[in-house]
Design a protein around this ligand. Structure first.
Ligand code: SF4
Length: 216
């Protein structure tokens, strides 16, 4: 379902305010190439970006190519990513994805949503992160816990599942802002509109937010 002109106008105002507040907002997972971002994003499930960055600082020195991951003993990779949690599943996903990247994609992380979703352990959120931040391809809006929470509070979506929230956001947010929009909401969610006790009194979005003051 399409968004109304009023909804689109309001989102543009929100983006403008957030941009001036967080001009440096960007992907907070450290990476220097698409493979590193794919691995970091898989590791970020149920884990903070800070912890992932602490782990990948060493991991990316040890594993530089898809072959390094694919050929490593599972137990070794599990040990190297242990502190990110769910390490067995994550190691399995990383190794499966890397084998497929080597066998079917000539060693390069694919550039389409369809191909990315075929990689083991890669769901829509991970694919959106990789496409948007490694390739600057606006394939959708990344919906994580902050984006879900703020979308609800700001009246951008009444949905609960990431897929449906994303559908509401892509209808309202201009496509040219899809990549930045999640970085901006995440920055605001971390600093002001926290899960507990959002600081509505200090929030630049308050006059546009239907939830302003509800938490006092
Ligand atoms: S006004 Fe309050 S609820 Fe709305 S975005 Fe700001 S901090 Fe969050």
């Amino acid at each position: 379902m399409g968004a109304t002109p009023e909804e689109k106008r309001r989102v543009r105002q929100l983006i403008k305010l957030l941009r001036s507040e967080y001009p440096e907002a960007r992907c907070s997972l450290d990476h220097t190439n698409p493979l590193e971002l794919l691995v970091a994003t898989i590791l970020s499930a149920q884990c903070t970006d800070e912890r992932v960055n602490a782990v990948t600082a060493n991991l990316f020195r040890k594993y530089r190519t898809w072959e390094d991951y694919a050929s490593a003993p599972a137990s070794g990779l599990e040990r190297d990513i242990h502190s990110t949690g769910f390490f067995r599943n994550k190691a399995k996903s990383i190794q499966g994805a890397c084998r497929q990247i080597g066998e079917r994609h000539g060693g390069s992380v694919p550039r389409t949503m369809e191909e990315l979703l075929e990689l083991p352990g890669v769901a829509r959120k991970t694919a959106n992160v990789v496409l948007g931040n490694a390739y600057q391809i606006a394939s959708g809006v990344v919906v994580d816990t902050h984006v879900s929470r703020l979308s609800g509070r700001l009246g951008l979506s009444g949905e609960k599942t990431p897929e449906k929230i994303e559908r509401d956001l892509t209808a309202q947010v201009p496509e040219s802002d899809w990549i930045d929009f999640s970085h901006l909401l995440i920055a605001h969610g971390r600093k002001v509109c926290k899960a507990r006790n959002p600081a509505c009194g200090e929030c630049v979005l308050a006059r546009l937010c239907p939830s302003a003051g509800l938490f006092d």
